[in-house]
Design a protein around this ligand. Sequence first.
Ligand code: GDP
Length: 139
Amino acid sequence: MSTHRTFTMIKPDAVVNGHTGAILEKIAASGFKIVAMKYTQLSLRDAQEFYAIHKERPFFGELVAFMTRGPIVSAILEKENAVEDFRALIGATNPAEAAEGTIRKMFATNIAENAVHGSDSDENAAIEGAFHFSGREIY
Ligand code: GDP
């Protein structure tokens, strides 16, 4: 069953480059309602746990170093068909392959520093949202 929710992070590259406002505006203009949001920084342990699924991949160390490098904005977003629609809005993992007008095409640096995260399934959206927010922080 679809939960109509997805989880996102505006990653350290996009935050430090000053794209937070523009990305949030695009998210809102695309019909997503923010039901939880925080400005925070991941610890090494947080990032290793959040990205545990990638721990065997050759770029795991780089990914964890990048995601802990500076502050992020994490949020839970609500919309019909949220997971799929948000993946379409952010575009391909590699911004060079992302469609025109997508967030990654507009704001990402490269395949590693790609501006935003978006959950890839309803199940992961729920897990990732619960990793970042307690029930009292979701409205
Ligand atoms: P996503 O679902 O589109 O975010 O892509 P993946 O689940 O495949 O990868 C997770 C994250 O790991 C990506 O968003 C990138 O930040 C990072 N990543 C993916 N591929 C590479 C790579 O080849 N090198 C590095 N350094 N990071 C990568």
